[in-house]
Design a protein. Structure first.
Length: 319
């Protein structure tokens, strides 16, 4: 069997809230010489890319934000069934989801658990049916849903990482590869897994980066083009194939799923931040944390962080 691991992040640019990394690992019978497998086709019609055309949408997380009163309903519709199957569990609240997906630090802002039904508009029976449909078609097609994970790095830790590493990009790759090591350590993958990372920016040669992340490994460049950079990493009789691709979330379902995991975790944690401060300042307009609106929000809360004894460094990123 072939294992595909996707990696992506959400929240690289904002002023407020966590930088979240996501990973998803699936295995299937497939010959890699045939090119990347189309998992959307194999899991159709249950899984697709449009929430209007399928019950379980999986695509670039930015395309799934809903304009309805339930802004993350499409993200949850696609993510929750995969998380439930990967963990053999049933999720009922946002807290259940955060725990199942591996978020061990939900941040400094305490909040009561929120029923998923309030976020996705589905009752438990509807959610269970979707999980069953996904499990059935995955089993029929010989696809194993192994891991769906995410991590949240909050402003306090992010600021420390920025100072240590000197720039945001290095911090981002450090967090992504930290999550990859965690996923591989679970040892649920097949031999010689293939990892795909959604490439950001114009960097084309990643061998120095990989050498720094995989000390002592033999690293061979397989391809380095404007669209894809692919490498073979060999160490201690173990081989890992890793590629950095533009628009990877449109080509590889595990990358899209990783993108959704990271985005959903960030949205849930921003909900907590907004709920916490709204309790102390009624009428405060929520923020998504991006720079312009984040500055508006920081201005409107005034000295509230000081009155609550929350250091600004723990709330606001310095880069």
């Amino acid at each position: 069997m072939l294992t595909l691991v996707g990696l992506d992040e959400a929240g690289f640019g904002p002023l407020l809230g966590p930088l979240c990394t996501g990973a998803a690992s699936l295995s299937l019978n497939f010959d890699p010489a045939q090119g990347p497998p189309d998992l959307w086709s194999q899991l159709a019609p249950v899984v697709g890319t449009s929430p209007r055309a399928c019950e379980i949408p999986v695509t670039d997380s930015k395309k799934l934000k809903s304009s309805s009163k339930l802004p993350i309903r499409n993200l949850l519709a696609g993510l929750v069934p995969f998380v439930e199957l990967a963990n053999s569990t049933e999720l009922r609240t946002d807290e259940d989801l955060l725990r199942a997906i591996g978020v061990d630090d939900p941040g400094p802002f305490e909040a009561a658990p929120v029923d998923l039904e309030q976020l996705d508009g589905l009752d438990q029976g509807q959610r269970s049916l979707r999980r069953a449909k996904l499990g059935r078609i995955a089993a029929e097609r010989g696809i194993q849903i192994e891991v769906v994970r995410a991590k949240a790095t909050h402003p306090k830790s992010l600021n420390e990482l920025f100072e240590t590493l000197g720039n945001k990009s290095s911090a981002n790759t450090t967090l992504l590869f930290g999550l990859l090591r965690e996923v591989l350590a679970l040892d649920k993958h097949q031999e010689c897994p293939r990892v795909v990372v959604d490439r950001q920016g114009g960097l084309m040669r990643y061998r120095p980066l990989l050498a720094a992340k995989f000390h002592g490994a033999d690293i061979t460049a397989v391809a380095e083009t404007p669209d894809i950079s692919r490498y073979r990493v060999e160490r201690e009789d173990k081989t890992l194939h890793i590629g950095f691709e533009t628009q990877a979330d449109a080509q590889h379902l595990p990358v899209a799923l990783a993108s959704m995991a990271a985005k959903t975790v960030r949205e849930l944690l921003m909900n907590r931040l907004n709920a916490f401060f709204a309790q102390h300042q009624p009428g405060l307009k929520p923020t998504a944390g991006y720079v312009q609106d984040g500055r508006r929000w920081v201005s409107e809360i005034g000295d509230l962080p000081e009155r609550l004894q929350i250091p600004r460094r723990d709330l606001i990123r310095n880069r």
